[in-house]
Design a protein around this ligand. Structure first.
Ligand SMILES: NC(=O)c1ccc[n+]([C@@H]2O[C@H](COP(=O)([O-])OP(=O)(O)OC[C@H]3O[C@@H](n4cnc5c(N)ncnc54)[C@H](OP(=O)(O)O)[C@@H]3O)[C@@H](O)[C@H]2O)c1
Length: 261
């Protein structure tokens, strides 16, 4: 395995499972000192153990990202304790799916509290730290194809992802002169606990979703992690302000089903 992140300090929000865990594992496998945060301590402990078993360096913080003040304080503490901050991955999301008829203003705002608000606060805090470092830093925001494509029942989630995408691109402009790169990955359907819960474990629904994807399957968390690590690495040193789809071709697809051709 290459060591793209030797001596780098990396924070991954929501790093205890799914895409965040796969990302933390990949950063650690490539030499990074990783800090993950989430709410459930047992899952955080298990994640850290899985990384240490592979000789990776990882620590955790129990944190609810809805508490944006504590999130900002945590980023500053990590940077002080480790002497620097090279990468922030804003991965965690809070989702409240409802049709508009059943969406309350409270639930609508819940969709924004982590996806948009914590992404803003985390990026603002990390940018200030990274701007002071001679080699800058990289921020990767985890979006969703829902940020630019519509379906029923996800208006709050989709609007929050679209807000985060737009913010991310503006942050890229403001960070560029200080070598702080800000990019997004845009996953389509990815097999995680969250996506399984969304289809309530119904394999028929999952199969139907998979058939609409040009590559005929959902993604694996490691495949999104690989894109995140690429954008965070020096290999992407001249890339900022991009939204990189990791979706088996779904966003590029024309509406004509391939079965008709
Ligand atoms: N899976 C997909 O198909 C898919 C598709 C497109 C985009 N995405 C995006 O990819 C990202 C990761 O999704 P995933 O499927 O990997 O999710 P997941 O498996 O449910 O993992 C979510 C992680 O975020 C943490 N988290 C949730 N709410 C939090 C809060 N308030 N404060 C701190 N941590 C919190 C969770 O831990 P705790 O619950 O312990 O806090 C967990 O570590 C999200 O931004 C999601 O929108 C996923």
């Amino acid at each position: 395995m290459s060591s793209r992140f030797e001596n780098k300090v990396v924070i991954v929000t929501g790093g205890s499972e799914g895409i965040g865990l796969a990302t933390a594992q990949q950063f650690a496998a490539e030499g990074a000192q990783v800090v993950i945060c989430a709410r459930n301590e047992d899952k955080l402990k298990a994640a850290v153990e899985s990384i240490r078993e592979q000789n990776g360096r990882c620590e955790y913080q129990v944190l609810d990202l809805e508490d944006t003040e504590s999130f900002s304080a945590m980023i500053q503490t990590v940077a002080e304790q480790h002497g620097r901050l090279d990468v922030l991955v804003n991965n965690a999301a809070v989702t409240r799916h409802r049709t508009i008829e059943h969406m309350t203003l409270e639930l609508w705002r819940k969709n924004f509290c982590v996806t948009a608000d914590a992404t803003f606060v985390g990026t603002k805090t990390a940018m200030a730290i990274m701007a002071e470092q001679s080699n800058g830093g990289a921020i990767v925001n985890v979006s969703s194809s829902c940020g630019s494509r519509a379906t029923i029942g996800v208006s709050g989630y989709s609007a929050a992802k679209a807000a985060a995408d737009s913010f991310s691109n503006c942050a890229a402009m403001e960070g560029a002169a200080n070598n702080v790169r800000v990019n997004s990955v845009v996953p389509g359907s990815v097999a995680t606990a969250a996506s399984e819960a969304a289809v309530a474990g119904n394999e028929q629904i999952q199969d139907a979703i998979n058939k609409t994807i040009p590559m005929q399957r959902s993604g694996r968390p490691e495949e999104v992690a690989a894109a995140i690590c690429f954008l965070a690495s020096d290999q992407a040193s001249f890339i900022t302000g991009v939204e990189l789809p990791v979706d088996g071709g779904k966003l590029a697809q024309l509406y004509v089903p391939t079965t008709l051709i």
